[in-house]
Design a protein around this ligand. Structure first.
Ligand code: PMP
Length: 355
C-alpha cells in the first residue's frame, strides 16, 4: 500500500477517545494494601485482572518473536473482529469486503455494527478474486487463511497487501495446522495488516476465550484503548500462560491431529458416500458427499455431530479431526451407512422420511 495514513482510516470519535483509566492503570505495583478498586478483600479471584495482560503478552512475545507493543489480546478472536469494526468503520457509511464461503462472524459482526458488507466470493478454486476485490472501495477486508470451511490456504494475499487501500485482516485461526507460514513476519512491511490468531484451536483453549491480534503498535494502541478494560479474566490469562509454558504438549497434540487428519482423509476416500475431499491445511476436512442432509442426520442419530455446510458449499460436510477413538466411531458409522445403502449413501425419498 502506497503512502499509508492510518488516521484517515480511523473513526474520528475513536481518534479523540480518552480511554477509561482503571485502578490498575493508575497504580501498577504488585505489593501493598489495595483499597483502590472497590474489590472484596477476601477470596481467591477477588482482584481485577491485569488489564494489559503483561505476563501473557511477554510469554507470547517470546514464543512468536514479536514485540509486546504489536500484540493485542481479546476475549476470543470474535472480540478483535468487533473492535476492528468499531475502530475503522463508521456505521451506515463505511464498507467491508468479505469473501464467502468463510467464517460467519465477519458478516454478523458487520451487521451488528451496521456496516455494509460487500461480498466478493472466492472463485471455484476457493481462491481470492483479487481484481474484483480491488475494484471496490472499502475500509477493511477480512480474509481467512487457512480458510474455514474450505480448509485451504489462500494464495495472492501478498498482492492484496500491496494494493488494497484499507486494512487487511488475515485470520490465521488454523495456521498451526498448516504447512504454510504465517504472515506475522510480514508485519513490519505492511502498516495496514492485522494478523489474528487464537488459543481456541491448536492450543486447545476454546473454553477460555483468548484471541490474539498482531499489528503495528499504532493499530494495537487503538485496539487497547477501545476494548473494555478487564476483557480477559485472570483465570483465562492463567490458562493461556499455562499452555504456553508447555510447548511439548502442544506439539504432541498437534502431531496426533495432523496424523489423524491424513488417516481420516485416506479412509473417507474409500467410502462410496464420499465424492470429494478438499485438501486441508486446518484441523477439519470439507467433504463432498452423495447426500449431505441424509448423512448428517444419520450421523446425528449415531451421536456423531459434524457440521452440515451444504448451504454454503453444495453437499458438503465439515468434519473436525477428533481423537483417534472419535474418528474411528465416525468412520465405522459411515462404513455401516455405506453397507446399508448398498454403497449409494442415500435411501431415496421413502427411507429418508423415516430417519
Ligand atoms: N476465526 C475462524 C476462522 C474461526 O473458524 C473461528 C472459530 N470457529 C474463530 C476465528 C473464533 O475464534 P475465537 O474462539 O478465538 O473467538
Amino acid at each position: 500500500m502506497e503512502k499509508f495514513d492510518l488516521e484517515t482510516l480511523v473513526r474520528p470519535n475513536i481518534l479523540v477517545l480518552h480511554p477509561y483509566s482503571s485502578a490498575r492503570d493508575e497504580f501498577t505495583g504488585d505489593e501493598g494494601i489495595f483499597l483502590d478498586a472497590n474489590e472484596n478483600p477476601f477470596g481467591q479471584t477477588n482482584r481485577y485482572p491485569d488489564p494489559h495482560q503483561r505476563l501473557l503478552k511477554k510469554a507470547l512475545s517470546e514464543r512468536k518473536q514479536i514485540p509486546v507493543e504489536n500484540i493485542f489480546i481479546g476475549n476470543g478472536s470474535d472480540e478483535a473482529i468487533d473492535l476492528i469494526y468499531r475502530i475503522f468503520c463508521e456505521p451506515q457509511q463505511d464498507r467491508v469486503i468479505i469473501c464467502p464461503p468463510t467464517y460467519g462472524m465477519y458478516e454478523v459482526s458487520a451487521n451488528i455494527n451496521n456496516v455494509e458488507v460487500i461480498q466478493v466470493p472466492l472463485n471455484d478454486q476457493f481462491e481470492l478474486d483479487i481484481d474484483k476485490i480491488l475494484s471496490h472501495r472499502a475500509q477493511c477486508i477480512f480474509v481467512c487463511s487457512p480458510n474455514n470451511p474450505t480448509g485451504n490456504r489462500l494464495q495472492n494475499i501478498e498482492r492484496l497487501l500491496r494494493e488494497f487501500q484499507g486494512i487487511v485482516i488475515i485470520d490465521e485461526a488454523y495456521i498451526d495446522f498448516s504447512s504454510g507460514s504465517s504472515f506475522l513476519k510480514k508485519l513490519p512491511y505492511h502498516p495496514n495488516l492485522i494478523v489474528m490468531q487464537t488459543f481456541s484451536k491448536a492450543w486447545g483453549l476454546a473454553g477460555a476465550r483468548v484471541g490474539i491480534a498482531y499489528a503495528s503498535a499504532e493499530i494495537i494502541a487503538l485496539m487497547d484503548k477501545t476494548k473494555p478494560p478487564y476483557n480477559i479474566s485472570s483465570l483465562n490469562q492463567a490458562e493461556a500462560l499455562k499452555v504456553l509454558s508447555n510447548p511439548h504438549e502442544f506439539e504432541r497434540q498437534l502431531s496426533i491431529i495432523l496424523e489423524q487428519r491424513s488417516l481420516l482423509e485416506k479412509e473417507l476416500k474409500e467410502l462410496a458416500v464420499v465424492r470429494h475431499i478438499y485438501p486441508s491445511d486446518a484441523n477439519f476436512l470439507l467433504v463432498e458427499v452423495t447426500d449431505a442432509n441424509a448423512i448428517y442426520q444419520y450421523l446425528v442419530d449415531k451421536k456423531v455431530i459434524v457440521r452440515n455446510r451444504s448451504t454454503v458449499v453444495r453437499n458438503c460436510l465439515r468434519i473436525t479431526v477428533g481423537t483417534p477413538e472419535e474418528n474411528r466411531v465416525l468412520l465405522d458409522a459411515l462404513g455401516k451407512m455405506t453397507e446399508e445403502t448398498g454403497g449409494k449413501g442415500d435411501w431415496g425419498k421413502g427411507r429418508l422420511g423415516s430417519l
